[in-house]
Design a protein around this ligand. Structure first.
Ligand code: BES
Ligand code: MN
Ligand code: MN
Length: 464
């Protein structure tokens, strides 16, 4: 009886205070907490301070900034007064991607603006709304009933967007403090706006840079072109070898270790709604272009269950600056998303070996291996997932769907493993319109509200 009254009070509180939460999220997103190299680290300090203060306002206790070496600050807060109740670990990140090209933003990246039900700004959906959603929900419960039905530990990371490089040291130092029974990460997507989604798989990621040198200095392309060859075209020749005509990756053995989805998972995948036209539109695919990838796999299968390769960047002279010379040097960054079963170190080696093998005409090729992060996969079954299904259904007024995710979150696997395989519930607010990492990143405010309501429902659910 008391429980349902407390829940109602909290939901009412969320309704009443929603506009203020939008303002607070806007303030949070005004802090340009970019974790990428070359951006000022003070902004991450500022967003850490903001997060810590906001945790205290929500009624969390023992709020502190956790530090390891030169890593951007993590923020921790808890509420641990629910005797004999489980402990829930909440996760979000406060670092954001660089803003990209300023002229492409319709409103300034760090001056959030509401337009047609969406809040626009860098980091609003990835992932400041994820953190703020729980801060609002926790505040709602604590301010109305003075207590929570379960124990909460809340951790907010500051280096997710750069690959969580200090994660293992962080865990060594703080694992005990974070020990919990269930984990909720609020940093993934909904299949569509309005469709609550639980993510049960993430792809891993490996990348490498390839450098090609053909000459020790640039030379006149008319005088030497023929026997002399530019490095850029050699680089392109190597990159072009990466794909087969049928859309598969040409690296031998790359598909060998994949653990394919179970029959059950395949059935679930096939039952998800998919409209080709709206998918094309949301992707922004040029009208003449067909989907890339393996024809035997559905679109969702290609994103969630198959590896893919892309060339992220090339360093070469700008067209404006060309002077009819053969380029002596060029480099490219190649990235591969990997899936369940694939070993990141092995995949990275396969990629690097492929790029270094048989350079055209014996050109000088150097490959620099980069990141190697593992994929993650879980069976979305058991009391925690059932609790999440019920809570999301109540919050969104719609049945939750189970989805995979083509992106990566380095935190998930090491954390759940450190705690003996505790269930990890991945939910979030990114949607096909959100442009995470791109210009004009945005959050659906109606989904944000539904997410908050769901969070409150979730705290009152039984999940162990
Ligand atoms: N929130 C994303 C992960 C994500 C991607 C969720 C796509 C839903 C859909 C996260 O912030 C992210 O961008 N992760 C990086 C990790 C990388 C730096 C190791 C990614 O996937 O590129
Ligand atoms: Mn994120
Ligand atoms: Mn991101």
């Amino acid at each position: 009886m008391e429980t349902s009254k407390n829940l109602e009070l909290a939901l009412k509180y969320l309704n009443k205070n929603f506009d203020r939460f939008v303002e607070e999220l806007s303030d949070y997103a005004k802090i340009p907490s970019v974790s990428a190299k070359g951006f000022p680290p003070e902004t991450l300090e500022a967003s850490a301070q903001w997060t810590a203060k906001r945790m205290e306002q929500s009624g969390l206790e023992n709020v502190e900034i956790l530090r390891v070496k030169k890593a951007p600050p993590y923020i921790y807060g808890d509420w641990l007064h629910a005797k004999d109740a489980p402990t829930l670990l909440l996760y979000a990140h406060h670092d954001v991607q660089p803003p990209g090209r300023p002229q492409k933003w319709l409103s300034k990246p760090f001056e959030p603006q509401v337009r047609q039900g969406r809040l626009y700004g860098r980091g609003v959906v990835d992932d400041k709304a994820g953190g703020m959603m729980h801060l609002a929900a926790l505040e709602a419960v604590l301010k109305t009933s003075g207590k929570l039905p379960l124990n909460i530990k809340f951790i907010v990371e500051g280096e997710e967007e750069t690959g969580s490089h200090h994660l293992s040291e962080f865990l060594k130092k703080y694992q005990k403090q974070l020990q919990s029974d269930v984990m909720i990460l609020t940093d993934t997507a909904n299949l569509q706006e309005g469709t609550p989604s639980i993510t049960y798989s993430l792809r891993g990621i490996v990348d490498a840079c390839i450098e090609v040198r053909t000459l020790d200095h640039p030379v006149h392309s008319g005088m030497w072109g023929g026997p002399g060859r530019d490095a850029l075209s050699v680089l392109i020749e190597i990159l072009a070898r990466l794909w087969k005509a049928n859309g598969q990756i040409a690296i031998e053995g790359i598909y060998q270790d994949i653990l394919p989805p179970s029959q059950e998972e395949k059935k679930a995948l096939a039952s998800l709604p998919f409209k080709e036209e709206s998918f094309r539109q949301q992707l922004g695919l040029v009208p003449s272009m067909a989907f890339s990838g393996e024809k035997d796999y559905s679109v969702y299968e290609r994103i969630w269950t198959r590896p893919t390769l892309s060339v992220l960047a090339i360093d070469a002279p700008r067209i404006q600056e060309t002077t009819n010379q053969l380029v002596e040097w060029a480099q490219a960054k190649v990235s591969m998303r990997i899936v369940h079963g694939m070993d990141p170190q092995k995949s990275l080696k396969q990629l690097c070996d492929f790029l270094a093998k048989d350079p055209p005409l014996g050109a000088q090729v150097t490959v620099h291996p980069g990141a190697a992060g593992e994929a993650w996969h879980t069976k979305p079954q058991g009391p925690a997932f059932e609790a999440a299904q019920r809570a999301l259904k109540k919050g969104y007024g719609q049945e939750a769907v189970l989805i995979g995710c083509g992106g990566s979150i380095p935190f998930v696997r090491p954390l759940t493993e450190a705690f003996g395989g505790i269930p990890a519930l991945l939910i979030g607010l990114e949607d096909p319109l959100c442009q995470a990492h791109g210009e004009n990143e945005s959050l659906s405010l109606s989904d944000w509200k539904k997410g908050m309501d769901s969070a409150v429902h979730l705290y009152f659910e039984k999940f162990v």
